[in-house]
Ligand binder design. Structure first.
Ligand code: SAM
Length: 266
């Protein structure tokens, strides 16, 4: 049996009671923290609460060589992930591989950043379009700095449809956690290169440390938000499309957005 468990958003206490019970009863517990991680805890604290050793897996262990899956043929294995295990991950691939090996699989859900964003900002979840992810820029073989333009295109398409865009920010082993500030600078760089005007004068909302006691939620125009200090990671960004008047009110009152947001609301 292989049980996928979402750990929630911030610390070891965000696991559900069902999840905790499953971990305590498991023969082996594996975890990956490259798709998301819980910044308010660490492996040691998790192991203490669970009363179990947690074996950390790399992206390669999960996506390329999941040999450890074979252990689930005759043992109870739990696989832990930050947030919800199936939201903005490719872990359905792992589940399908396990099913092909004749291993029974099960899901225990966790709070996800995808729903926390709606809760914290007041932006309604059914008014979001396709999500985007901003990776760190990289150098080509010729030494040219390459910035992905895909997130900009997704924001542009959603904006044209009046939809909000949720923008996940890269977690990289070497380059670290991308901040809201860097993400906005990269989007403005793409915009400048193309001579387009999707981002300029547009509203944006930054969220830091969702799930902690004091998450930071700040709305403003892109140019102002670019230099706002959001503090420690993890960070995520939303570029709102058309605002319903309740959404605009929430951004002004709950995220200290400018009053100008109210004037543009419908
Ligand atoms: C690829 S997504 C994975 C989402 C995860 N499976 C979930 O359901 O929450 C991870 C990204 O979401 C954002 N994120 C995750 N947890 C967060 C938190 N507690 N606060 C702010 N942003 C967060 C960060 O941008 C991070 O790089």
């Amino acid at each position: 049996m292989l049980t996928f468990i979402g750990l929630g958003l911030f610390d070891e206490y965000d696991i559900s009671l069902k999840g905790l019970e499953a971990v305590r009863e498991a023969d082996l517990v594996y975890a990956e923290f490259y798709t998301s991680c819980l910044m308010g805890t660490n492996l040691e604290k998790m192991e203490k609460l669970y009363g179990k050793r947690v074996i950390l897996l790399s992206r390669e262990d999960v996506e390329q060589y999941p040999n450890w899956l074979n252990e689930a043929r005759d043992r109870n294995i739990c696989f832990l992930t930050g947030g919800d295990t199936m939201v903005s991950t490719t872990h359905v691939d792992l589940r399908l591989r396990a099913e092909k090996l004749g291993i029974e699989t099960n899901l225990i859900h966790g709070a996800s950043i995808a729903s926390a964003v709606s809760g914290l900002t007041g932006l309604q979840n059914y008014r979001f379009g396709k999500s985007a992810s901003i990776p760190h820029p990289y150098e080509s073989r010729r030494g040219t700095r390459i910035i992905s333009e895909t997130p900009y295109d997704i924001i542009k398409q959603n904006t044209e449809l009046g939809l909000h865009t949720l923008v996940f920010l890269d977690i990289d082993k070497e380059k670290g956690y991308m901040t809201i500030n860097t993400a906005l600078e990269l989007l403005l760089e793409v915009e400048g290169k193309r001579g387009e005007g999707v981002m300029r004068g547009t509203a944006a909302v930054g969220i830091a440390r969702a799930g902690s006691e004091k998450p930071m939620v700040k709305a403003d125009y892109v140019e102002n938000l670019k230099s706002f200090d959001f503090g420690n990671p993890l960070h995520i960004l939303v570029i709102p499309g058309k605002l319903h008047f309740l959404e605009a009110e929430a951004l002004v009152k709950l995220a200290q957005g400018p009053m100008g947001f109210m004037e543009k609301a419908e």
